[in-house]
Design a protein around this ligand. Structure first.
Ligand SMILES: [Fe+2]
Ligand SMILES: [Fe+2]
Length: 286
């Protein structure tokens, strides 16, 4: 019991701190000046589009979340409503505005459709024991998503600096990338706390469902999986997708797969990223 309350206190403190230290980025602080828009667009235009879409789709993620977790702990609600959604929506708006400055169309984001799978899980989640399984899946998805964002924004920042686009690096990518580790930390703390409380059958179920449902962030169909492969190519990680998979699933492996000694990365995670790269290559060649 003591461990549970300690974790809850740490989470509450973390969410308070994120709220105070990281208000949504001020739109007036952003400088969209780009020295060589054509070059920037050719290299990173579609990366901006992918990330803008994913960031804007948090509005849908919140709808999914309220379906999936009909009765969430207060700290989860505070995090997504007061910290996460306002920050991410702003990331999306800024990245989208930047791509429009480069002469590209705005991102096409799906803000409202909640799939049948999510509704089904949500119906089952009215049973408390099952809601904990859903919460665990939510934290695992959150960890993989936010860790992907941290890695991707770091690489994008390096690339943009290398292109000599100082204003965008300093006023767009750097402030966004500073807000992502706090999101990751929230999901990691939550995942560790909840995993310790789950019964054997719940853990088994989490592993099975993760196996069937894992996908790279924002990749909901085959075209979007290929888009993610394109993004990996532009960020220079298509040739080391296993390494990327390992980085974004480290804590998931530690928690869910502790009993599998020698496993470096959950196979469904490695496979998903390898497939994204393959789909992108096939599409490029056709
Ligand atoms: Fe973000
Ligand atoms: Fe984030």
């Amino acid at each position: 019991m003591a461990r549970v309350s300690l974790n809850e206190a740490r989470l509450a403190e973390h969410v308070d701190r994120l709220g105070h230290e990281h208000p949504p980025i001020d739109l007036d602080s952003v400088d969209y000046a780009v020295r060589r828009p054509d070059l920037f667009n050719a290299r990173y235009g579609h990366v901006l589009d992918y990330m803008a879409r994913v960031e804007l789709e948090v509005d849908r993620n919140v709808l999914e979340l309220t379906t999936l977790l009909p009765d969430p702990p207060e700290i989860d609600r505070r995090f997504y409503a007061e910290v996460w959604q306002p920050q991410e929506t702003r990331h999306g708006l800024i990245l989208d505005q930047l791509q429009v400055h480069l002469g590209r169309p705005a991102a096409v984001a799906d803000l409202t459709s909640v799939g049948i799978k999510m509704k089904l899980l949500g119906a089952l989640a009215h049973l408390d024991a099952f809601q904990d399984v859903c919460r665990m899946l939510y934290y695992l998805t959150g960890m993989a998503t936010e860790r992907s964002a941290v890695v991707a924004y770091n690489l994008l920042h390096e690339g943009v600096v290398e292109l000599g686009e100082e204003a965008v690096a300093r006023t767009v990518i750097a402030p966004i990338k500073r807000q992502e580790p706090g999101h990751y930390a929230f999901y990691q703390l939550s995942a560790r706390g909840l995993w310790a409380q789950l019964a054997g059958w719940q853990r088994w179920m989490v592993r099975r469902m993760r196996h069937f449902s894992f996908a790279p962030v924002g990749a909901n169909d085959e075209a979007q999986r290929a888009d993610f492969g394109d993004l990996m190519h532009s960020l220079g990680i298509d040739g080391r997708s296993d390494d990327f998979a390992e980085q974004i699933s480290r804590v998931e492996r530690e928690l869910l797969w502790a009993h599998r000694r020698g496993l470096t990365v959950p196979p469904y995670v490695a496979k998903a990223f390898r497939e994204a790269v393959e789909l992108s290559e096939v599409r490029l060649a056709s």
